[in-house]
Ligand binder design. Sequence first.
Ligand SMILES: [Zn+2]
Ligand SMILES: [Zn+2]
Ligand SMILES: [Zn+2]
Ligand SMILES: [Zn+2]
Length: 377
Amino acid sequence: MSVDDINDLNDLTLTDKWAPQLGYAEDPETPLTADTFPSKSGGKPAWLNPEHVLTVDQVTCSSCEQPMVLLLQLYTPEDHPPQAFHRTVYVFCCKNGACVKQDWTKCFKVFRSQLAQDNAYYPADEDDTTYVAKPFQAPKLCAICGVAGPKVCGQCHSVNYCSREHQMVDWNMCQHKQHCKANTHSDDVDRLRHARIFTEKEIVSEPEGKGEDGAEEEAQAAFSQANGTTDTTTSTALVPAGEETAEDSKVTVDDCFLRFQLKLQLYPDQVLRYDRVEYDMPDREPLWVQEGQKPKDVPACVHCGGPRTFEFQILSTLLNFLGVSHLAADSLDWGALYIYTCKHNCDLGEKALVPEFIWKQDFSSDSMNFDGGGNLD
Ligand SMILES: [Zn+2]
Ligand SMILES: [Zn+2]
Ligand SMILES: [Zn+2]
Ligand SMILES: [Zn+2]
């Protein structure tokens, strides 16, 4: 869809029949355990299927070869098929920003997990007090990152790890060296271990445009401001002030980026946009950060061979909640991350988790191009 001028853009943006759900990061009020079916960023994974979890080789960065950590998991139950009654999508990423800068395709993994309403782990009905979970051998989990932990500390035999890397991290940086023999524990240990993964936040959501405080008026106000009639002095200012902008200047702005900015300005705290809000709705176009860097084709579902469609995107605002430093030159960064999943939520059968597709866009340095000409003063 092409957008010729800002007025068209304005109309287009406000009349969205299928408003996405916007996700916000908040401090969890209660522990985000698997049986609460959480949507969250950071922390250790809460495994929907507690019996079959990811192993470190499934989430190792193929650039630095270090284990990735959980970036986010979203609980997204679906009506169809019945096997997707419970459904969680996991996104993992390498914490090393330098890796991501070098070749991001090696640094992210997405997995989909599903369970039918009748399953071995959770009562079909929340109020069913007679429900008894099937006994199963719960896998040992890594003390640092929470994926499968088949390795165990050889001295105390009481702490498990996914990999030698995380064993070393625990020993040298999380005080296991001090606590191992004595078999002691301290809050410091927990704190240090948590610092190795992303900070845990709950992701809560509400439909775009349905917020409290008369969001619609706010939206209009934000649009007028964004339309360039106000002097915008922040680094996000795109369109120079003054009416000549819309009239006859040779300013060329990436329409994608402009639209992206407007959408973000309305609800600046959003960290995620979930775009499969109704069953059988038309396939949705992501909110692109820029016109370039779109995926040429999205590969088919590796499990059923059917199409994958866009499901949600993670915004750069989430970076503010992960507990990573923005100051380092090699800090983790993205414009947006786009998650595509099997359109039909195909039944995973014996598999607990299947890979899905992720795409990344960066903020472009040419989001604003002044095409010679002047007219800017
Ligand atoms: Zn890496
Ligand atoms: Zn680990
Ligand atoms: Zn030990
Ligand atoms: Zn599929």
